[in-house]
Design a protein around this ligand. Structure first.
Ligand SMILES: CC(C)(COP(=O)(O)OP(=O)(O)OC[C@H]1O[C@@H](n2cnc3c(N)ncnc32)[C@H](O)[C@@H]1OP(=O)(O)O)[C@@H](O)C(=O)NCCC(=O)NCCS
Length: 165
C-alpha cells in the first residue's frame, strides 16, 4: 500500500544505492512533510512497516522560457511561470529492483498528480533525474527533456489519455 510517510514507518534500513536519495528519506523527508515543503509517499511492508520505495511530490513553477519554442507557442505569453507538479525523487530499495515496483510507484505518483490537477491546475509533471540511469528510466515512460535544465516533463494532457475512464 502506498501511503504518506509517518512516524510509524521504518526507513533506517532503506538503500536504493544512491546516497543522496537514501539520506533524504532517512534524515529529511519527515521534516519536509511536517513543514509542508514536500509530500513523501512510501511503499512499506510487514508489521515493521519497512520502507521499500518512496517518492515525493510538491508544487513547482517553471519559467515559461524553459520550455521549447514549439511548446511556448501553445502557451499564453501572459504567463511568466507555468504551474507544474514536481516528482522530486523516486526510489526503490536495491534488494527489490527489477520487480516492477518502480513502475508501480511511478504510475501511483502520476495518477495522484493528475487527480490533484483536476482541483488545482498543473500543466505537467516534472522530474529532476539524478543521473543518466534515472534519465533513461523516465525516457522509458515517455518523459521529454526540458532544454538546458537537466529536468524532464510529461504534460498533464498526456496523462488525461491514461487516467480518464
Ligand atoms: C529507477 C528505479 C526507481 C527503477 O525501479 P525498479 O523497481 O527497479 O524498476 P521496475 O522493475 O519497476 O522497471 C519497470 C520498467 O522500467 C525499466 N527500467 C528500470 N530501470 C530502468 C532504467 N534505468 N532505464 C531504462 N529503463 C528502466 C524496466 O526495464 C521495466 O521495463 P518494462 O516494464 O518495459 O519491462 C530504481 O532502479 C531505483 O530506485 N534507482 C535508484 C534511484 C533512482 O535513480 N531514481 C530515479 C529518480 S531520481
Amino acid at each position: 500500500m502506498v501511503e504518506l510517510l509517518h512516524r510509524g514507518h521504518n526507513k533506517d534500513g532503506f538503500d536504493c544505492s544512491k546516497e543522496l536519495l537514501n539520506n533524504y528519506l532517512r534524515n529529511q523527508a519527515g521534516q519536509d512533510v511536517k513543514r509542508k515543503l514536500s509530500a513523501c509517499y512510501v511503499l512499506a511492508y510487514g508489521e515493521t512497516k519497512s520502507v521499500i520505495g518512496y517518492y515525493t511530490l510538491s508544487n513547482y513553477g517553471i519559467p515559461i522560457s524553459s520550455f521549447s519554442t514549439q511548446i511556448r507557442k501553445r502557451l499564453p505569453g501572459t504567463y511568466t511561470t507555468i504551474p507544474t507538479t514536481l516528482l522530486g525523487r523516486l526510489a526503490i530499495d536495491k534488494s527489490r529492483h527489477g520487480e516492477g515496483l518502480g513502475k508501480i510507484l511511478l504510475i501511483d505518483a502520476l495518477k495522484r498528480s493528475w487527480e490533484n490537477s483536476q482541483i488545482v491546475a498543473s500543466y505537467a509533471v516534472v522530474v529532476d533525474p539524478l543521473d543518466e540511469e534515472a534519465k533513461s528510466f523516465y525516457l522509458h515512460y515517455g518523459f521529454t527533456e526540458l532544454p538546458d535544465s537537466g529536468k524532464m516533463f510529461i504534460p498533464m494532457r498526456t496523462l488525461d489519455e491514461l487516467f480518464t475512464i
